[in-house]
Design a protein around this ligand. Sequence first.
Ligand code: MN
Length: 240
Amino acid sequence: MTTYFIADLHLDEKRPAVTRAFFDWLAQIEGDCKALYILGDFFEVWIGDDDDDPFHRRLLQRLAKFSASGVPLAVMPGNRDFLLGAGFAAASGARLLQDPTTIDLYGETVLLMHGDTLCTRDTEYMAFRELARSAQWQADLLAKPLAQRRAIAAELRRQSKSMTSLKAEDIMDVTPQEVERVMRQFGVQTLIHGHTHRPDNHALSIDNQRARRIVLGDWGELGWCLKVTRNSRELVSWPV
Ligand code: MN
């Protein structure tokens, strides 16, 4: 049985090919999936669990069907869908993951993150993130009507380049010292994250121990996933 990790699908009604590719992929893995981890930015935008948008409802129904088949589904909010909450979890059957989270992966403790907090050089974004993660800011936003929230989300994306970026060259890469700091803090040799749209498997050395940082790819012209079994780890891509 295989454990799958994906991130940064940025699912959006305007990119139907990516949604179709996700549905196809989900149907393919369903028979051999021990668990599925979605590490942020599954949705291009999420304005609250009460969103009645038919496209989002359809995605929730598909996730619910997947998790109802008995496969554990875990979802970590990213910087685009940070408002995912208990309502989303109930509707999809997913377990919401804190960022960061450690899991036991075939006997190894592995750290999972979305990855935005590793990009500490993007000071404008880091300041916005702190504001947007505060309970008061979120409560104020969620109290507004859906139409107003949609307008605010669109405006935020216009204003902030780092919120809008869908291309790797627009997203700052991780700060290596921050990667080491957080891996040391959690005492792990493996970190899996997304966000930067720079899929790769980086060999690291932390305190003279071999370590690795596996970066998931964003979905666009290619779909990406990390497949992990007891004996293998494979970052794979395929044309969408
Ligand atoms: Mn992201």
